[in-house]
Design a protein around this ligand. Structure first.
Ligand SMILES: Cc1cc2nc3c(=O)[nH]c(=O)nc-3n(C[C@H](O)[C@H](O)[C@H](O)COP(=O)(O)OP(=O)(O)OC[C@H]3O[C@@H](n4cnc5c(N)ncnc54)[C@H](O)[C@@H]3O)c2cc1C
Length: 439
């Protein structure tokens, strides 16, 4: 029984792990990257706090000892439900059951200039791009003689006051306080600003009022300017245009404002719901299909009575859905009844700065140092690989004790080579005939 999982994020990886060594399942993970990564710590990569390799793990190593799991690198292009196969950039893969777990991509709400000029934070590449841009801008500011240009280059607007926006704004403010004058003495008298903008009336809109108030107060104390009830409307020529009419001169706009489900061509039109999410039943079966499932951020499931509008797009939802689907696929084979999905909300949290975080449990709230320790602990556990956990603990220890991590390196991949390799891949897509199923 061949199960093809497209997307090795929280949902896909957990499903594969649950099906490991479970015969008769033969599992193929298809992903555009050859590694699994951990999005909640991307902002620490983007702010030079930890190395990218600390939060990534190669699929092939992860499943080295699982003989029923194989990895196939390729980007999904199309699902051919009538033939039970998918088309990818590297060939076709046939399936008995297809599980789509492609997650989401950044949503710019149709604002072309924002898409072209702002920096998103959704993938490892995004985080490294952002790190380079921040470091290049500050280097350029040291060479500038015009004070207003120096201020522009060191002004950062963060669009989106959710956990990611709050975390990145807090981290940048800490760095500006603790590192700027030491590393960049030329900028001692330059007042760059960190400005957080959100269309909602509160930061951390999905969390409790206590968490919202604590985050607001702590960010302000760190020197972050917060602008609420206001949307970013445009970004060009280093000017951020706000819905209030205000214009901010800023060398960097970090975009953490929204996501939309990744597109899956080939599925029936009736299966696509709000935010492009795939509509699934209580067993995560995609509407209008017989053997195609969708998990995690990509799907919209309204059968859970406590979440009639669908579940929040969180790691816990993806992991719990994956584990249930594994049990249901096994139950299906042995003719047993299938269980419906019910989300168990274990709580949510956000880190604001060093020693400051907020934690919302279903019936409690806490903040401060204990919340900060909880955040660190909870974010260490799901990291793939013991070495990554040890390395990150060491990095955190060093960075928090010295307030001065040593990763502010501008390392840029060779753009020409990247372009060349991209154009090498493209012809192979069309050249692969359907009959020559690679896996
Ligand atoms: C910066 C950031 C911080 C976050 N912080 C938190 C947090 O603190 N707590 C929390 O609960 N949630 C957090 N989230 C949300 C959480 O990461 C998602 O809910 C979770 O990753 C969803 O899991 P998934 O498996 O559905 O998708 P993902 O984890 O996004 O995995 C999707 C996978 O599909 C692959 N893929 C995508 N397109 C293709 C394609 N065309 N072909 C092949 N492969 C493809 C990708 O490479 C990826 O491996 C955060 C997200 C971000 C971006």
């Amino acid at each position: 029984m061949k199960v093809v999982i497209v997307g090795g994020g929280f949902a896909g990886m957990n499903l594969a792990k649950s099906l490991a060594k479970k015969s008769p399942f033969e599992v193929v993970i298809v992903d555009q990257h050859n590694y699994h990564f951990f999005p909640p710590l991307l902002y620490q990569v983007a702010t030079s706090f930890i190395e990218a390799s600390n939060i990534c793990y190669p699929f092939r190593k992860m499943f080295q000892h699982q003989h029923n799991i194989r990895f196939f690198q390729g980007k999904l292009l199309n699902v051919v439900t009538s033939g039970n196969y998918i088309e990818t950039t590297n060939g076709n893969v046939s399936y008995d059951y297809l599980v789509l777990a492609l997650g989401t991509e950044t949503n710019y709400f149709g604002m072309t200039n924002v898409m072209e000029n702002a920096l998103p934070m959704k993938t490892i590449d995004d985080a490294l791009n952002l790190r380079n841009r921040l470091l290049l801008n500050i280097e350029e500011a040291t060479r500038e003689e015009d004070k207003s240009k120096q201020e522009l280059l060191t002004t950062i607007v963060v669009a989106g006051g959710g956990p990611t926006g709050v975390e990145v704004a807090g981290m940048l403010a800490e760095m500006s306080r603790r590192i700027k004058n030491k590393d960049y003495p030329e900028l001692k008298y330059v007042r760059g600003a960190i400005i957080l903008v959100d269309a909602a009336p509160k930061v951390l809109a999905a969390m409790s009022e206590k968490s919202q108030a604590e985050a607001y107060k702590s960010l302000q104390k760190l020197g972050v300017k917060i602008i609420l009830n206001t949307a970013v409307k445009d970004y060009q020529g280093n000017k951020v245009y706000l819905s209030s009419g205000e214009v901010i001169n800023a060398g960097t706009l970090i975009w953490t404002s929204g996501v939309v489900a990744r597109q899956v061509p080939g599925l029936p039109a009736e299966s696509v719901g709000r935010g492009r999410r795939l509509l699934v039943d209580e067993h995560n079966l995609v509407k209008g299909t017989g053997n195609v499932y969708a998990l995690g951020d990509l799907c919209l499931q309204t059968s859970d009575k406590y979440y009639p509008d669908g579940h929040p797009q969180l790691a816990q939802v993806a992991m719990q859905q994956a584990k249930l689907l594994s049990r249901n696929l096994q139950a299906k084979l042995s003719g047993k009844p299938l269980a419906p999905f019910k989300y168990w909300n274990k709580g949510s949290m956000a880190i604001i700065s060093k020693y400051k975080a907020v934690v919302d449990l279903p019936k409690a709230f806490y903040k401060g140092f204990l919340a900060w320790l909880t955040w660190l602990f909870i974010h260490i556990i799901p990291l793939a690989g013991f070495r990554n956990k040890a390395k990150i603990l060491y990095n955190w220890f060093w960075a928090f004790v010295t307030n001065d991590p040593t990763l502010r390196l501008i390392i840029r991949p060779d753009a020409d080579r990247e372009e060349a390799s991209k154009s090498e891949i493209k012809p192979a897509i069309k050249a692969t005939p359907v009959e020559k199923s690679v896996v």
